[in-house]
Design a protein around this ligand. Sequence first.
Ligand SMILES: [Zn+2]
Ligand SMILES: [Zn+2]
Length: 293
Amino acid sequence: MSSEQLTVRFWGVRGTLPTTGPDTIRYGGNTSCVEVEFGHRSVIFDAGTGIRKLGDRLAGQGGIEADLLFSHCHMDHICGVPFFAPFYDARNRIRLWAGNLLPKGNLEGAIRSIMSPPLFPIEIEAFQAEVQFRDFLAGETLDLGSGIKARTGMLNHPGGAVGYRLEWVGKSIAYITDTEHRLGELDRTVLSLVQNADLMIYDCTYTDEEFPDHAGWGHSTWQQAIRLANAGGVHRLAIFHHDPDHDDAFMRKVEVSAAKAHPRGFVGREGVVLKLQEEARSAGPGLSSTACR
Ligand SMILES: [Zn+2]
Ligand SMILES: [Zn+2]
């Protein structure tokens, strides 16, 4: 791998609840987890159930250094933490970040709350890796080392959630979930994070037609994603955080409509791998459907 290649792997794209079965085989049923690999470093967005398979891949490498950035700590985004194998290997160094919990709470407390009896049989003392919990305030810029910066911003979600923009050697990836838009408006924080991004991953739980029935639930629509992507000059858009009620047939229709509205809009699918360096900005979606391994 070239030192300046950036690889994005989608390990979980479902929102709210893992949704397995014959109707979700194509797009996948695991909840939020996206890995961005920069040369020898991994940055991971969220630890939904998708992170288990990522853990299996990284476990074979030994001595990994990774940053795990949480959008927030709702269950669908953290329930994979106890099943992430690299936590149980003393050779690994893993930093966990959250930006919506201070001052009332903190990330270590949130993880401890799901890894303690009676909810779970083992506690975080079972981790053998060097694990650091880093709480910050949304809006700060994080220096992840190796030239990787993460700009952050607060999203509109019950309890708050953090949107991220990763920047590295002139490339940028925005990860924006979970967030609710206001009708007829483009969220200025979101727009700033996605401006000219090479890839924008966005909460598309609903359609515009479904949206009014879910006001206040903290989610957005694929049509709003298109509006933001067009306004922000986004190169490529991944529709993300699919509603558990949206089966493969439904998502296929969304994909067809989205591709008409944005030339490089696509529905995030478990197992998709994007290599950002190899595809010039003029290229098509260029999705590799090789299984994440
Ligand atoms: Zn969610
Ligand atoms: Zn949430």
